[in-house]
Structure formats: C-alpha cells, structure tokens
Design a protein around this ligand. Structure first.
Ligand code: NAP
Length: 445
C-alpha cells in the first residue's frame, strides 16, 4: 500500500455547495485533493469521481478536451446526491505526460495527429497514469467501494487492481464541441472510452444528442466564421405567430438539440428583434456543455440593460454602429457586455464586417438563432454555410416567416441546399443542409 498522508483539512464552499477538503501528499511530492460530501464511511459504495488534473480544461475552459465540463458535472452530480467524493489527481495532466508535453502534443494535433498518435510522435506514453496513489488516498479516507463517475475503463481496472471495489460506473457524457469532437471520438475508438466498463448506475443521464453531425463539415472560410442558421418553424413555415409569440414552437427534445448545437459552436448570434420579443438567455442549459460567446446585432443599442442575454457566466458582445449614443454604449457596458462599433450596412450592422470582427477574435463557428430579419440578411448576402431547421407538427396560419424577401423571381434561382441530414425527435423533425451549389465555393460579397 502506498504511503499517503493528509496534510491539511478544511471546508471549501463551492458553487456546488460545501465540501470537506483534505489535501494528501502522495509519492513524488504530488498533491491529491479529496473533496468529500456526506458520510463516506457508512459502508455503502461512494459516488466517486477520480479526476485527472487538466489546467487548460478545468481552469481555463479549453474546448480541446471535455475535462472542465466533466469536472463540474461530477461536482454537481455529487452535490445532488448529497454524498460523494471527488479526488483531484495532480500529476495526471495530459494523461500523465505533464503540461508542457501536453501542449506539445496539441501542436502535433494541429498538424493532423490524433490524441494518441500525437503522444507517440513525441516518444511519450499514450497514457502514463497510474491509480495506486488514488486508491491509497481512498483507503485513507475509509472508502473501499465506489460507484465511479467515468467513461474510462482503465480507471476502473486501475482502482480495482489497487484494492478498490468498483460496484458500477456512471458515464460523464458531454455535448461535443466542433473543436473537441475529434478528440472525443478518438478516445472512444482508440482508448475504449464510453465503454462504461461495468454495470451502469440506474440514474445515468441520457447522452446528449449527436448535434455535431447536424453542423456538417465545420470549416472557417477566409475572413469569417462557418455560419449555421438554426430556427424552429411550424409545418406551415412560421417561426412565430403574427403577434410575435414563438414559445414554444418545437418540443423539449428539439430544444435540447439546439442547446447541443450551441455547445458545439464558438458563438451564437441573434438580432435585437429577438432579444426584444423573446428575451433569450442563449446559454447552454439542457445539455452538459460549454456556453458559447453570445452576440447581438443592434445598430442603435435598443437591447435593454436587464436583458437575460447579459446575465449568467457566458460573455456577451453587442455589435453596433456609430448611430448608438454614448449613453447607451456606457449603459450596455455597465450591464457587463462588450460593445463593438462597426460600419452600418443595409439591414443595420454591416454583416461582412461583423463576421470578420468575430473571426478575428477567434470565432470559427457561429450559430445564428434568428430572427427573421437577420436570417434574411445573411441568406441575401450569401453568408450562410449550413441551415438547421426544426419543423414542428403545428399549423398556425398567418404569422412570421423565417425568410423574407430574397428577390427570387424563379424557383430555379432559389438558394439550393444539399448534403441533407435528418434527426428525428419525439415530436419534431430536424433537417440540416449545406447551402449553395454542391461542391462549389459559395459566392461571397
Ligand atoms: N422560431 C424561432 O426559431 C425563432 C428564433 C428567433 C426569433 N424568432 C422570432 O422572430 C421574431 C423576431 O424577428 P426579427 O426579425 O424582429 O428579429 P431579429 O432578426 O432577431 O432582429 C432584427 C433586428 O436586428 C437588427 N440588425 C442589426 N443588423 C442587422 C442586419 N445586418 N440584418 C438584419 N437585422 C439587423 C435590426 O435592428 P436595428 O436596426 O435596431 O439594429 C433588426 O431590426 C420574434 O417574433 C421571435 O419570436 C423565432
């Protein structure tokens, strides 16, 4: 049995409630932090997450991996159970290769290697972690049997080999981002992850929908992000009633797909009309995933200070023009949002400038969630790569259409769509299409 010592114990209040924290020194001078909730010694298996340190994911919110989301998901899961253990393992950074080599492996990944081959190219182990120290800490805490929150069968094996009984596992499934979907698929395909490696716990949450497939081939064209339009419509093609009501056209499952799409993109954008009529939060709540940057097109800063899009953790920027007053700029900044002044264009803010500004600040994928004017402007300017439409089994007659006048005279002149993908939910049909001529580079202004 490895020699581990509790160095200090203290109470740590977190956004997921209060945890008793014990810091253990393990061999090699590394520190393991045990965050415990409830009585761990009552003899029943403890809901446990053995979390490998990931500075970039856990602390900085990197979307190259799913670590940060898994960490928060696990803490929330333990908080809702009211009893459990999160054991944070330093020295496990980058599957044991350390921070600097993990970043070197990212460089290899940017040049085409997957997460496994990147390590091999550098002459490093694919996974250098061992679990005997973690098991020793668990024993020191009086925990001999666990229900493990993990997608990784190696962790199950490692703990079992060190004398911990793993009674069952609960996967921590996250909604993929277009930036980490390759990494997640490699972990599944080459490292056996998501094989739950044991009896699944009864309350394992259902996996998020595979929204990345609906996004199509995410590639950032020169000078702008990859642009995806997403809206929900009735069977007769309305996105709202004549009075502007749109809550809710589609069912809960279709809205979950929307949240998974948000979680897969770098930013989500609406026009100020949608903010004024729907007051959306535009964050990710219905799936386990990261909320993207929120963007509002608002040429005179009509967005009210108490708009929900200014609330919560995700950052918000409002794209405006010289027509906004200095007072309104100060008001919106006071509400916590960024204010970017861009040239005016036909519908308000010049769209090419808006998309260029977003691309320059690192937005590669942009999901546009309406409303009608913004959708029409983007389609009219040939600035859309993908359209994702949820169609609900409702007919409401006259109302608001998603797409207004595009000056199309003949059907043959209409925007052609191809590369269809269909996703069925309990109530609705989600269809996704590439925009423009098949195989042709889209025309851009
Ligand atoms: N079913 C759905 O999926 C869904 C989704 C979203 C919205 N909706 C519905 O759509 C309706 C809102 O539609 P909407 O057309 O009023 O709102 P919108 O398209 O969200 O916002 C339009 C406003 O954005 C501003 N804007 C700035 N630059 C623009 C540009 N280049 N092109 C177009 N607009 C620009 C303009 O206001 P300024 O001139 O003041 O800048 C414009 O009036 C609501 O009824 C809402 O419920 C439905």
């Amino acid at each position: 049995m490895n020699d581990v010592r509790a160095m200090v114990r203290v109470v740590l209040p977190t956004q997921f409630g209060e945890f008793g924290v014990a810091a253990f020194e393990v061999h090699g001078g590394l520190t393991y932090l045990a965050l415990a909730k409830g009585d761990l010694k009552d003899g029943t298996p403890v809901l446990t997450r053995l979390h490998s340190e990931c500075l970039t994911g856990d602390v900085l919110g990197s979307l190259r991996c799913d670590c940060g989301i898994q960490l928060r998901l696990a803490l929330r899961r333990i908080a809702t159970e009211g009893r459990g253990l999160l054991l944070y393992a330093t020295g496990h950074e980058g599957r044991g290769i350390g921070l600097i080599d993990k970043l070197r492996a990212y460089v290899e990944q940017d040049e085409g290697a997957d997460t496994v081959d990147a390590n091999l190219r550098l002459g490093l182990p694919v996974d250098g972690r061992t679990y005997d120290d973690a098991a020793a800490v668990m024993h020191a805490l009086g925990v001999g049997a666990v229900r493990l929150l993990t997608n990784n069968p190696d962790k199950v094996r490692g703990l079992q080999e060190s004398g911990i009984t793993v009674e069952g596992t609960e996967p921590l499934r996250t909604a993929a981002h277009s930036r980490n979907v390759g990494y997640l698929r490699t972990k599944e395909r080459r490292l056996g992850h998501l094989d739950t490696a044991g009896a699944e716990l009864q309350r394992a949450p259902s996996p998020p929908p595979d929204a990345v497939a609906l996004l199509g081939d995410v590639h950032a064209p020169a000078g702008r992000p990859y642009v995806v339009l997403k809206y929900a419509q009735t069977l007769d093609g309305r996105i709202a009633t004549a009075s502007g009501d749109s809550k809710w056209i589609s069912g809960e499952e279709e809205r979950t797909v929307s949240h998974a799409l948000r979680a897969a993109c770098d930013a989500v954008m609406v026009g100020v009309g949608t903010v004024l009529s729907d007051d959306p939060r535009l964050d990710v709540r219905l799936v386990a995933g990261a909320s993207p940057l929120r963007v509002v097109l608002d040429s005179t800063l009509r967005t009210p200070s108490d708009a929900l899009v200014f609330g919560g953790d995700p950052a918000t920027v409002v794209l405006t023009t010289e027509r906004a007053t200095a007072d309104d700029r100060a008001r919106v900044r006071d509400a916590g949002a960024g204010v970017w002044t861009l040239p005016s264009g036909p519908g308000g803010v010049d769209l090419a400038s808006a998309l260029r500004a977003l691309r320059e600040c690192g937005v590669r994928s942009l999901m546009v969630e309406g409303g009608a004017r913004v959708i029409t402007s983007l389609l009219g300017a040939a600035l859309v790569d993908r359209v994702v439409v949820g169609t609900a089994p409702k007919i409401i007659g006259s109302g608001r259409e998603a797409v207004g006048d595009l000056g199309t005279v003949r059907v043959a002149e209409g925007i052609s769509l191809h590369n269809r993908r269909v996703h069925l939910t309990a109530d609705d049909i989600v269809t996704a299409w590439d925009v423009g001529q098949e195989g042709a580079e889209q025309l851009r202004p």
